[in-house]
Design a protein around this ligand. Sequence first.
Ligand code: PDD
Length: 287
Amino acid sequence: MAELACLNGRIMPISEAKIPIEDRGLQFGDSIYEVIRAYSGHLWLLDRHMERLKASILALNITGVNLNEVESQIKMTLQRSGIGDAIVYLQITRGVAPRSHAIPQNITPNIIITVRHIQKFPEELYATGVKAVLVEETRWARRDIKATNLLPNILAYNEARRRGAFEAIFVDQADGMVTEGSHTNVFAVINGVLRTPPADHRILPGVTREFVLWLASKEGIEVDVSPLPVSELMEAEEIFLTGTLTEILGVTLLENKIVGTGTVGTITKRLHSAFREEVRKAIESAA
Ligand code: PDD
């Protein structure tokens, strides 16, 4: 087993993959990305990640990307790595050109893939839940595009870590609405109803979020997708975070307030075990 990179279709050790200094991804953050998880060699919800990738490419009008080729490069790199439980990072930059705010025509995008062993969270975290803190929403207005401009996200995440929390949840000061976490989407159970903000420009349409909404309807759980005021989040019976690495993770402490009974809630647990069951079925049917 070996952690590998694939740069424009060529597989190599990660340390050997190099990008020129005038790449627009480096200079402007003019690039988009996806993080995809493989469970026992099965690329989980790959089609959904590819659809979102396509949406990001269209939103930034990055030209010259062949999505079928990108998908085969992902599969080839994963297979070559021999890693079963992997994190696949894919980044597509607009390409290399002398620095200019004007978007150059006819440049070739750089397609970067890495495949690494996943650093799983300890199971205990799912059993006990985590702490989250609230931070001011400081990001741009097109959070639905999975662009690599993640400075506000990493600053928020590091503030959360400093405050002893697992995640920072952004709150828009303009209207008091919860948007999402620094690298997760947010759900809450309020008066028995599963709530999450709508997938508009204010949040990333998380692949896990969408799957959880599907799971909830399958499980007969009442769902309300609508703007979520922070005042309601503070009073929630349950809160959980969703993400490719995170899966479904209960929040039992919000700032210094205990959420619900202070234990991971029943709907959270139910959805997480249903999620893992679906993963198990997908691995089994791929085998
Ligand atoms: N982050 N919201 C934000 C801002 C994110 O960065 C992510 C994922 C999510 C959850 O999306 P998904 O369920 O598709 O993973 C929500 C990835 C994992 C990252 O940047 O590492």
